[in-house]
Design a protein around this ligand. Structure first.
Ligand SMILES: Cc1cc2nc3c(=O)[nH]c(=O)nc-3n(C[C@H](O)[C@H](O)[C@H](O)COP(=O)(O)OP(=O)(O)OC[C@H]3O[C@@H](n4cnc5c(N)ncnc54)[C@H](O)[C@@H]3O)c2cc1C
Length: 416
């Protein structure tokens, strides 16, 4: 039976596997790590004595591929979040608090109601959103929308940094345009924030693996691919660290590793080569959930705060300039922000700092130009991963779509 070998069990690889299995293919997934999930995973943390996510992951209800992924594997109801499209913010400079409240429908009447929009903004400020509609790859977020005024500081810049994981002065506006087209422009019903109630692995990874392994799929953990021997036309086999697999003529490979690994395994494939870090600080502290269970903080070190039971988690994106700050110093700085925003006690509780150095590729125009498609010059090799050319930033939604695109391209190649 023809087999598709999927290298990497992150979201891209898992989605590719699901699509192929739905089309009757036999699939073997090779994952280098002990557990699946890649950059979207949970683990047991000894220090805090509980399970943690490697980083807080926020989804929006309009992330259709992510929602379909969860529905397929029976995990849609594992998400949590507010029932309405609300985004609470706190300004750390003057302690002003507000809640951005979108209406559910497509017509954005919330921008006409001062109490629902960003404070101190005028209706005409929202024309900046229209400018984003024309965004091309070379347009930078900051120069396109104009880096002035409360709408930029209190909404557009935080949105761009969180969505693109790139400073707004360097980031291309094109992927942001795509995110906005698929969420905010479709109305509040497509913009409801949500995240896994228990953990990333419990929502995305474990249910997908259960679904797959109940079907003709083999999942091989601790199975690192070391090389892909090939000629000019096709990949001939797979070298694992301790064994070798010969490929039959109908077999395919979907390479669903991060970009740097893809570049090592298949030199000559152009992929993004500049990255941005994301830092997460998890504190053992219970904070009441408030309106939504999360907050955007403006004007400090902490950017997004999630109250998850006994854990209070903080995310800082586009953090290359902070990656070398020692963990204890970073945790103390961020805790100061939380003291100011929420009045938590000055004594810092137990914490864990997780630094994801290459969290995503930098969404600059130059890096976007390096994103490859799913199809390669080798007839049996296809690429998947959040770095491939999905039109979206490197996100859960982008990773899942890339997996589907690679799977469909491989089926098409076999049919042709
Ligand atoms: C801290 C952090 C916060 C984030 N926040 C958000 C968010 O709020 N919202 C959002 O939508 N997205 C967010 N993201 C982005 C999201 O997590 C990624 O886009 C997505 O998980 C990427 O999936 P992937 O399958 O493309 O790659 P990966 O998850 O990196 O999967 C690749 C897999 O390949 C495996 N592998 C590598 N080398 C080999 C080899 N030689 N052989 C076999 N296997 C190999 C790896 O172990 C890994 O499991 C965040 C990412 C991080 C790091």
């Amino acid at each position: 039976m023809a087999t598709t070998h999927i290298i990497g069990a992150g979201l891209a690889g898992l989605e590719a596997a699901c699509v192929l299995v739905e089309h009757g293919r036999h699939v073997i997934i090779h994952e280098a790590a002990r557990a699946a999930g890649g950059r979207c995973r949970s683990y047991f943390d000894q220090e805090l004595n509980c399970r943690l996510d490697n980083g807080n992951h926020l989804l929006l209800s309009g992330n259709n591929a992510a929602m379909s992924f969860l529905k397929r594997v029976g995990a849609y109801d594992t998400l949590t979040g507010p029932t309405d499209p609300i985004f609470p913010f706190i300004d750390l400079v003057n302690l002003e608090r507000w809640v951005l409240r979108m209406n559910h429908g497509r017509l954005p009447w919330w921008i006409f109601v001062p109490a629902m929009r960003v404070p101190h903004t005028r209706l005409r400020d929202y024309l900046a959103l229209l400018k984003l509609r024309r965004a091309q790859t070379d347009d930078l977020v900051e120069s396109l929308v104009g880096a002035i005024g409360p709408l930029y500081r209190n909404l557009l810049e935080p949105l761009a940094i969180a969505g693109l994981n790139t400073p707004a002065r360097e980031a291309s506006a094109a992927p942001l345009r795509q995110v906005i087209a698929e969420t905010i422009e479709r109305g509040g019903a497509a913009s409801i924030p949500c995240w896994p109630r228990e953990g990333l692995s419990e929502s995305f990874i474990d249910p997908a693996l259960r679904w797959l392994t109940a079907r003709p799929t083999e999942f091989r953990s601790n199975s690192r691919v070391a090389a892909l021997p090939r000629d000019d036309l096709q990949i001939r086999g797979i070298d694992l660290t301790d064994s070798h697999i010969d490929l039959a003529p109908e077999d395919n490979i979907i390479l669903a590793t991060p970009a740097p690994v893809a570049a090592n395994l298949v030199p000559g494939v152009e992929v993004p080569d500049a990255f941005q870090a994301i830092l997460n600080v998890h504190y053992k502290y219970h904070l009441a959930k408030g309106d939504a269970g999360f907050w955007g903080l403006i004007g400090g070190t902490a950017e997004w705060v999630f109250a998850k039971g006994d854990i209070l988690s903080v995310t800082i994106s586009a953090a290359n300039d902070r990656i070398d700050v020692p963990a204890d110093l970073l945790a103390a700085q961020v805790w100061q922000d939380l003291v100011r925003a929420f009045g938590v006690p000055a004594a810092m509780p137990a914490y864990r700092v997780i630094k994801e150095k290459r969290a995503t590729f930098a969404a600059t125009p130059a890096q976007l130009a390096r994103r490859p498609g799913a199809v390669t010059k080798w007839r049996n090799l296809f690429l998947a991963g959040d770095y491939t050319n999905t039109g979206l930033p490197a996100t859960i939604e982008g990773a899942i779509r890339s997996g589907k695109a690679a799977a469909l391209a491989s089926l098409h190649a076999n049919a042709g």
